[in-house]
Design a protein around this ligand. Structure first.
Ligand code: UDP
Length: 234
């Protein structure tokens, strides 16, 4: 597999073409951003952790019936993935109130929901990823109804698998963001699942073990990422 041109450089990853038109190489960086790029920094070792963790989680999800873009881990920061057309939706599942949900709706952080909830944001940096619903997604023609239903079904399945996966490591899955893509017409899970994209709290102390430590200047950012990495035995 040959690594060819840099196609795209995002906030946390670089994406390269390969000699296979159906495959890309993702290269995870240590760069961290928050608040739509307003806050910038580095989390040393984050790229290695997010690469390894995403690949482990995606392989677990495949076994549980959720198709993903994962093909093969190439190095500690690089992974071969299926080339998809990203559906421009940020799909957020929440088990416990936190972040923008708490702020928008006045629900204290840490309030456990009776059932998990789903929300969609329109992936558009210029607009600041605005919150939308599934009818807005249709109005903007971001996906078909069938795709939206598939996305919802997979997202809740990801939640069930990940909740159990983290719990056995003493970690509560508060919420997370995932993204999907189309590969030869099929919806598959793409992007990443890592402490950058999940809220992870210690099951006993509720200590935050995720990117909120960076967003909110809580300190011990690297330590938190390393703690998750080692608890999961990665
Ligand atoms: N999230 C993400 N990327 C984003 C926005 C949110 O990965 O651009 C994740 C975030 O880490 C959290 C979940 O989605 O696990 C819900 O985030 P929320 O809507 O509460 O937004 P925030 O408070 O981070 O602005």
């Amino acid at each position: 597999m040959e690594k060819l041109d840099l196609l795209y450089e995002g906030k946390a990853k670089k994406v390269f073409a390969t000699d296979d038109p159906d495959a890309l190489i993702v290269d995870y960086k240590d760069d961290a951003t928050a608040f739509n790029g307003l806050k910038k920094g580095t989390i040393v070792g984050k790229g290695v952790i997010n690469n390894r963790m995403t690949n482990h989680v995606f392989q677990l999800l495949e076994k549980e019936g959720v198709p993903t873009h994962f093909i093969q881990e190439l190095s500690d920061r690089e992974t071969l993935v299926k080339r998809v057309e990203i559906v421009p939706l940020e799909v957020i599942i929440r088990n416990v109130a936190a972040g923008s949900f708490s702020k928008r709706l006045g629900v204290p952080e840490g309030t456990l929901f009776e059932e998990p909830t789903i929300e969609f944001s329109y992936k558009n940096d210029d607009l600041g990823d605005p919150l939308i619903n599934d009818y807005f997604a249709r109005a903007l023609n971001l996906a078909t109804w069938e795709e939206i239903e598939t996305i919802k079904k997979y997202a809740f399945k990801v939640n069930e698998v990940l909740k159990a996966y983290f719990l056995q490591a003493g970690i509560k899955l508060i919420d997370f963001k995932i993204e999907f893509g189309r590969f030869h017409g099929q919806i598959i899970l793409a992007d990443e699942t890592s402490p950058d994209t999940c809220r992870l709290w210690d099951v006993n102390t509720n200590e935050k073990l995720d990117k909120d430590r960076f967003r909110r200047d809580l300190g011990n950012v690297e330590e938190a990422y390393n703690e998750v990495f080692s608890r999961l035995g990665l």
